[in-house]
Design a protein around this ligand. Structure first.
Ligand SMILES: Nc1ncnc2c1ncn2[C@@H]1O[C@H](COP(=O)(O)OP(=O)(O)OP(=O)(O)O)[C@@H](O)[C@H]1O
Length: 484
């Protein structure tokens, strides 16, 4: 059993006394003195004891080492004089002698060591300070480690910042893969825009990712409802109205039961109107009313239904030109064009080509458990190509070469002729001169190029369909087939 010995407690302010075990057999002064001497001199902490006047009584080797005060000076001067004569910057014991209280401080000794000091007054029966015991802990090493840790933390933080910046450039935000600063800025802008409910107009060529960005804005907006997409150019005019606004039973022949429109379905969510330039003129005014009143009335209906939706519209047409041509309502344009984002074509952000190519390839690798890789030279060709169909075309091409490549290496030979021959492409040659091309392939190549060219020359899909003398729906189908 351990006996707690309180003999010294009356002398130690706030001290806990001494613990002695039953094995403590020393009783003579010599034995106890030897023991305490051993403890004192073996302590790694510096120990320094002065009397009530601040004169040195006893100290250990560690104290000399930590404080760097020459032994002789310790005998000659009191703690007050040591400070006065500037042998030490400060004295913890001197403060305790003045305040008669235990004191803690940190001292930067002149030898470069840093220590934490605790000085404790020991009182005699007359309540006079008999001595002050100072414990001096060297924290130079600890401090160095602390500084190193701080430095490491700083570096770590900087690395993290850099990494997150790099990741930002190579980032995938939701499904948007990018490396270019241009898309990075667009994502940052979209993040800000997603916080409010104003309409957003996304401009950019076909396939640049307008739909993907609209989805991103919806997903980050926190709106609880659905994300509803409608391609105004792909649905025949007569169906578009009922699709958008819904109808009541008997509203027209064939309306055997009531049906909610897409606008209604987008309640609390987002409606994405793709190819808004293709929205028939008579529907534009109806849409404007919905936007202004936040209410929709089904065809054949008498009641207006409240809708809380965010609208995102997108187009690759020049809406201002369409307004001049009286094909698009100016008032609707201003209503939709509150916040505008322009996505540049892929050829203007070629840094995105490698990351997108690798992403699309890896998606297939994961799906089929393969490890196909694009060789550097092949990647160069992908980068040099002008991608009139933008990301959609790139995605289609990667899928195509994935299936065509027989080994794990995607080489230049695996690439379609159009991509392999940038010179021919730049010269706008539409015939494929590859001897191995079948007639069917050659016709497809021609058709794809020809449609892509006409699309570039046309303001709207409708105009393009007219130029090609084909139905709008056929054009949309072919656009999707060729990834343009
Ligand atoms: N940054 C991107 N990261 C990953 N996939 C993308 C990215 N941009 C576009 N895509 C993909 O490319 C294809 C075309 O994108 P999207 O439909 O959003 O383009 P769009 O500009 O709306 O085209 P359109 O004007 O023809 O409707 C989609 O399969 C989409 O997932």
């Amino acid at each position: 059993m351990i006996e707690k010995h309180y003999a010294l407690k009356s002398y130690v302010e706030g001290g806990i006394g001494l613990y002695k075990s039953p094995y403590f057999k020393y009783s003579s002064f010599e034995e106890i003195s030897t023991l305490f001497n051993a403890i004192f001199s073996n302590s790694k902490d510096g120990l320094y004891v002065c009397d009530g006047n601040g004169r040195t009584l006893v100290f250990n080797e560690a104290f000399l080492h930590i404080s760097g005060i020459p032994e002789k000076l310790l005998y000659r001067y009191s703690v007050f004089q040591l400070v006065e004569k500037d042998y030490v910057p400060n004295s913890c014991a001197a403060v305790t002698l003045r305040t008669r209280k235990k004191h803690n401080t940190i001292i930067d000794y002149y030898n470069g060591k840093k220590a934490v000091l605790t000085s404790t007054p020991i009182f005699n029966d007359n309540n006079e300070i008999m001595c002050v015991v100072s414990n001096v802990r060297d924290i130079t090493e600890l401090n160095r480690l602390h500084e190193e840790l701080e430095e490491a933390r700083k570096i770590n933080y900087q690395y993290k910042q850099t990494l997150s910046h790099i990741q930002g450039e190579y980032q995938r935000n939701e499904n948007i893969i990018f490396r270019s600063k241009k898309i990075y800025k667009i994502i940052a802008l979209a993040d800000r825009l997603s916080k409010n409910d104003s309409p957003v107009l996304i401009l950019g060529e076909s396939g640049v990712g307008k739909g993907e960005l609209a989805k991103y804005i919806h997903n980050t907006s926190g709106r609880s409802g659905a994300f509803i997409t409608i391609n105004c150019g792909a649905i025949p005019d007569n169906l578009l109205e009922s699709e958008l606004f819904g109808y009541e039973k008997g509203a027209f022949t064939g309306a055997n039961q009531s049906k909610a429109g897409l606008i209604e379905l987008a309640n609390k969510g987002t409606i994405f109107l793709d190819e808004i330039g293709e929205l028939p003129f008579q529907l534009q005014v109806k849409l404007l009313n919905v936007l202004q009143e936040q209410k929709v009335r089904r065809l054949g209906g008498t009641q207006s239904i409240n809708v809380d939706m965010r609208i995102i519209a997108a187009t690759n047409s020049n809406l201002e030109k369409l307004i001049e041509q009286k094909k698009f309502r100016e008032d609707l344009y201003y209503r939709l064009n509150v916040l505008q984002i322009h996505i540049p074509p892929l050829r203007e952000r070629i840094e995105d080509i490698p990351v997108l190519s690798i992403h699309f390839l890896n998606t297939l690798n994961e799906k089929y458990g393969t490890q196909k890789k694009i060789e550097a030279e092949a990647m160069e060709h992908l980068i040099n190509y002008s991608w009139p169909g933008n990301v959609r075309e790139l995605k289609n091409i990667i899928e195509r070469i994935y299936y065509l490549s027989e080994t794990d290496k995607i080489t230049v030979d695996t690439l379609p002729q159009t991509i392999r021959s940038p010179k021919i492409q730049k010269q706008q040659h539409i015939f494929n001169t590859d001897k191995q091309t079948t007639l069917k392939e050659a016709v497809a190549t021609f058709e794809r190029k020809y449609i892509a060219q006409k699309l570039q020359e046309s303001k709207t899909l409708k105009e393009c369909a007219e130029k090609l003398n084909i139905d709008l729906s056929t054009l949309v189908r072919k656009k999707q087939k060729y990834g343009i």
